[in-house]
Design a protein around this ligand. Sequence first.
Ligand code: ADP
Length: 232
Amino acid sequence: MEWKTIRLEEIGSTNDYARDIAQKSPEGTVVIAKRQTAGRGRKGRKWTSPEGGLWMSVILKPDKPDPRLVFVGALAVLDALAEFGIRGWIKWPNDIWVGERKIAGILTEGRAGEFVVMGIGLNVNNKIPEELGETATSMARVLGREISLEKVLSALLKALEGWYRIFKEEPLRVIEETRRRTLILGKAVKVIRDGEIISGRAADILEDGSLLLETPSGLKRIIHGDVSLRFF
Ligand code: ADP
């Protein structure tokens, strides 16, 4: 993959910027901003993005949209963290945690048949916003020293290239690896889906990327939702 980076000082959201240019930009275009003033998580939730973090969006043009692409981003973040000696895990579907704190999030958006924008927000050297209290961490905090944002970026792009290739050739390998690297399987979890709380045991991640939950009233397949581990 030929990566072509567009570097911005400040932008509302790199995903919005990438969406705006996606149609006329080649696959592999990467939008990176030093700061985002309106970074987003899922459902319009705020993603705090001060200077020092890695805030980027990658334009991809897969043959067809596929919700499992989010795992391509998640696995790439895990590999990039591992390059720095940090072991993270995937909190299905789109977050990366280190221990009991969130370090990164992935937000894939797109237009069917045209493009996918994969946003990756990774706390590197940035300050952890106070409002997140004890729930977030950064690479610098984990390592006890600042690290080169450029090195993190190149590790991430290299890993992304590898996982994207695997995804296109053999998507089930992405699911297998996601299963291995998510900590929730076998655990008691609570899922909030459209305001409804479902408790159960996370049994599996299915081939289509959905979460299989064993509940007192039977097996449930969760396509989207927020998962929390009950012991948190
Ligand atoms: P989740 O999938 O965990 O719900 P979202 O994708 O919705 O996460 O991301 C938004 C949430 O992430 C916010 O509500 C906030 O709790 C948390 N958050 C926001 N900024 C950061 C950050 N820089 N690092 C870690 N967590 C963050």
